[in-house]
Design a protein around this ligand. Structure first.
Ligand code: SAH
Length: 215
C-alpha cells in the first residue's frame, strides 16, 4: 500500500509513509471487510459511512504540514481536530505522527467503536460526540483541522478555531463531487487552494450539507 498507492503517487512526508506502513488498517474495519483493508478505495464501515481511501488520508495529513508548524512553534503541542471520526483511522494516523488529536463524530456508536479501536492500539485521542461543523472550541486553537465529510462551504467556526499558521483541509461541494480544499489565514484573510476532485459522505450539521437531515 505504502509503495504502490502512496509513495508512487506523490506522498513524500516520511512520517506519514512510516506510520501508514505500520498501522494495522484492518483493525478499523468490520470483520467482513478486513481482507480488503489495504485496497486502493474507500470502504464501508457501517451506518452508511466509509473509511477514506488510503491515498486521501495520506494527502490530507501531509497537506496540514504539521512538521512545519511544529518547527515554527517550538515547545507548543501540535493540536489537531479530526472532524468525522468514522472508523478512527485518520485520527490514528494523526496521533501516530505525534499530534495531540481531538476527534469529533456525530454518530455515537461509530464514535464509541473508534474510541475502543484507538485505545486498543495504545493511541491517545480525545473522542467527542457532536456536530463537528461547529468545531470543538475547548481544545482550540488547532495547528491543523481535517474534515472527512463534505459540505457546501467552509464552516466558519473551523476557520475561527485555527491557530495562526494552521491549516484546514476539507472537501467542499455538493453531494457526489467535491474539491479537496486547503484553507489558511494570511494577513487576516482566508486563502484557499484546491487539490483536485474527490467524493466524501455528507457533512451533516449546522454548517453542513443538509442540517435538517437525520442519519
Ligand atoms: N475519518 C474517517 C472517515 C469517516 S467518513 C475514517 O478515517 O474512517 C465521515 C464521518 O463523518 C462519518 O462517520 C459521519 O458520521 C461523520 N460526520 C458527518 N457529519 C458530521 C458532523 N457534522 N460532525 C461530526 N461527524 C460528522
Amino acid at each position: 500500500m505504502v509503495e504502490e498507492q502512496l509513495a508512487a503517487r506523490g506522498i513524500g512526508d516520511p512520517a506519514v509513509l512510516r506510520v501508514m506502513g505500520a498501522l494495522p488498517r484492518e483493525r478499523f474495519l468490520p470483520p467482513e471487510m478486513e481482507e480488503n483493508a489495504y485496497d486502493d478505495t474507500a470502504l464501508p464501515i457501517g451506518h452508511g459511512q466509509t473509511i477514506s481511501q488510503p491515498w486521501i488520508v495520506a494527502r490530507m495529513t501531509e497537506v496540514l504540514d504539521l512538521p512545519g508548524w511544529a518547527v515554527r512553534h517550538p515547545g507548543r503541542p501540535v493540536a489537531v481536530l479530526d472532524v468525522g471520526t468514522g472508523s478512527g483511522y485518520q485520527a490514528a494516523v494523526l496521533a501516530a505522527i505525534g499530534a495531540r488529536v481531538t476527534s469529533i463524530e456525530r454518530d455515537p456508536e461509530l464514535a464509541e467503536r473508534a474510541a475502543r479501536t484507538l485505545a486498543s492500539l495504545g493511541l491517545s485521542v480525545r473522542s467527542v460526540v457532536g456536530d463537528g461543523s461547529l468545531g470543538y472550541p475547548p481544545d482550540a486553537p488547532y495547528a491543523g483541522i481535517v474534515v472527512a465529510a463534505a459540505g457546501p462551504a467552509i464552516p466558519p467556526p473551523l476557520v475561527e478555531q485555527l491557530a495562526p499558521g494552521g491549516r484546514l483541509v476539507l472537501p467542499v461541494g455538493p453531494p457526489g463531487y467535491q474539491e479537496l480544499t486547503v484553507a489558511w489565514r494570511e494577513d487576516g484573510e482566508l486563502r484557499t487552494r484546491t487539490l483536485g476532485g474527490c467524493t466524501f459522505v455528507p457533512l451533516v450539521g449546522r454548517h453542513g450539507t443538509d442540517p435538517g437531515r437525520e442519519g
